[in-house]
Design a protein around this ligand. Structure first.
Ligand code: AMP
Ligand code: MG
Length: 473
């Protein structure tokens, strides 16, 4: 018997300009660290022994039907355009149709050099691989669109970063890996034939009812507004919202230095390379509008009349501010128990948030304490600040049918806290995967209180705080 992945590839049938065909670079001694059984079943994968799966997810053995390739793409990185990025350390093995009828990519990340590697080694180390595994699966459990983690392997090789580190490979599953930067790649080259082919591929795959590039853009915008608003609602900071890390499907992709915030502050930044705070928590809605403007520019050549296209696309981008505002109001309204927050409720939400930031309140625990009515005032350095907000809020939720049920369904009890993720990585480096298993178990049902995981709800103690996260490239 051997592992079966029922591939049905479509990207590999696109013209050669879209990718470079190559096999992953084998590694010396792969071991399976994690395997997502439930996801595998959803994908129609027939598993095998750990030893066989380690070979497959390391790229040493290619399962039947795989057509490995590295995808070409461009992107704006921190606002500057790079006309050629591409998969420098990832290989798309192929696609499967899942049990719901959805096409899903299966990609190895950390699988060796490709023609797009530039100066990189094409590898990843254990830390970012397990970090993405945990953060992406937590995102999924929170009900937010995201790529998934199918497997993690240790390569048995050391890779050189600031110090020697254990190599690892993540197997990632995505609705597709087509990015804003994929459109930019062909548009910047003025290769409009390929641009149209890409458009048709992405449209058929993700927005089959879009009749025109304008409708396509509007639908991508709608999904991205929804996505970023959901990030804000759980205190998530992506960290590198470059256009090559913005998926056309509207999934969260490329976790790199991503983090869930502990203490609430609107300008929180964790990423070590984001020195200007371009991708700070409360700038993410502005950035997604900027990224959608880049997508719009890339799509203009597909329109018969470019003046008209520019006008319509500009209208679509300008509309985003209003869309974000209403999605944000809805999401944060629910966080304080309002099933339909109105414009008048906005002041109630913003005054809570400013009180939280002035009083070092923990983002997750404050909203959870509201939801479970368990001493929310204790979350504030000056509890009296909360006391003046509380009666106004109580009066407002009196009109709601089930405010606590609503709040409990949107305010998680547990998120992957940075210091726990760091501790998990340190243990894994020493060969102890127990903290990883426990973290994963605790994040599978984030909206259910569970006393066995009480320690994982605590904010970091002074010495435990993680102030910076790293891309791991
Ligand atoms: P990221 O920051 O992971 O979104 O990657 C940005 C670009 O750098 C992409 O083109 C990656 O393929 C490339 N890259 C990141 N890390 C490596 C690496 N270790 N080796 C080669 N290319 C890399
Ligand atoms: Mg990337």
């Amino acid at each position: 018997m051997s592992m079966i992945i029922p591939f049905q590839n479509s990207y590999a049938a696109l013209p050669p300009k879209f990718y470079a065909r190559l096999a992953p670079d084998p590694v010396s001694a792969p071991t399976l660290l994690a395997f997502n059984k439930a996801l595998a079943a959803d994908l129609g994968i027939i598993p095998d022994t750990d030893a066989v799966m380690a070979q497959v997810f390391a790229g040493n053995t290619l399962p039947d039907g795989a057509e490995p390739l590295a995808q070409a793409y461009a992107g704006h990185q921190f606002g500057g355009f790079s006309p050629q990025l591409g998969d420098g350390r990832a290989i798309l093995l192929g696609e499967v149709i899942d049990t719901h009828g959805n096409r899903r990519d299966i990609q190895l990340k950390g699988s060796g050099r490709t023609p797009f590697s530039r100066n990189g080694d094409g590898r990843a180390w254990l830390g970012p691989v397990l970090r993405e595994y945990v953060l992406s699966e937590a995102m999924h459990a929170l009900g937010i669109p995201t790529t998934r983690a199918l497997a993690a392997v240790a390569t048995g090789e050391r890779i050189q970063r600031e110090r020697g580190l254990p190599g690892a490979i993540l197997t990632r599953v995505a609705a597709s890996h087509v990015r804003v930067g994929t459109f930019q790649y062909f548009s910047a080259r003025q290769d409009y034939t390929s641009l149209r082919t890409l458009y048709e591929h992405a449209r058929d795959r993700h927005y089959p009812d879009a009749q025109t590039p304008l409708e396509f853009l509007q639908q991508v915008i709608a999904r991205q507004v929804d996505l970023v608003t959901r990030w804000l609602s759980i205190g998530f900071i992506h960290g590198v919202m470059n256009t090559d890390n913005t998926s056309i499907s509207g999934e969260t992709i490329d976790y790199g230095p991503a983090a869930y915030m502990d203490t609430y502050h609107p300008v929180t930044v964790y990423s070590s390379i984001d020195r200007q705070g371009r991708y700070a928590y409360d700038n993410q809605a502005n950035i997604i509008a900027w990224n959608m403007a880049q997508l719009a520019s890339a799509l203009v050549p597909l329109m018969p009349d470019s003046d008209e296209a520019v006008r319509d696309f500009t209208t679509a981008i300008h509309g985003m501010a209003g869309q974000v505002k209403s999605a944000w109001r809805q999401a944060f309204g629910q966080k304080i128990g309002l099933s339909q927050a109105t414009a008048e409720d906005e002041a109630l939400i913003t005054s809570l948030l400013s009180t939280m930031s002035e009083n070092q309140a923990d983002f997750t625990n404050t909203f959870r304490a509201l939801a479970t009515d368990s001493a929310p005032r204790d979350q504030f350095t000056d509890p009296a600040a909360f006391d003046s907000w509380e009666p106004v809020w109580r009066a407002r939720i009196a009109a709601e049918t089930d405010p606590y049920g609503l709040m409990q369904s949107v305010n998680p009890a547990r998120i992957p806290r940075n210091h726990r993720v760091e501790q998990m990585i340190q243990a894994a480096e020493e060969g102890d995967m127990a903290p990883f298993q426990r973290l994963m178990a605790s994040l599978a049902h984030p909206f259910t209180d569970d006393a066995t995981f009480a320690d994982l709800t605590h904010p970091p103690k002074p010495g435990e705080e993680v102030k910076q996260t790293f891309c791991g490239t």
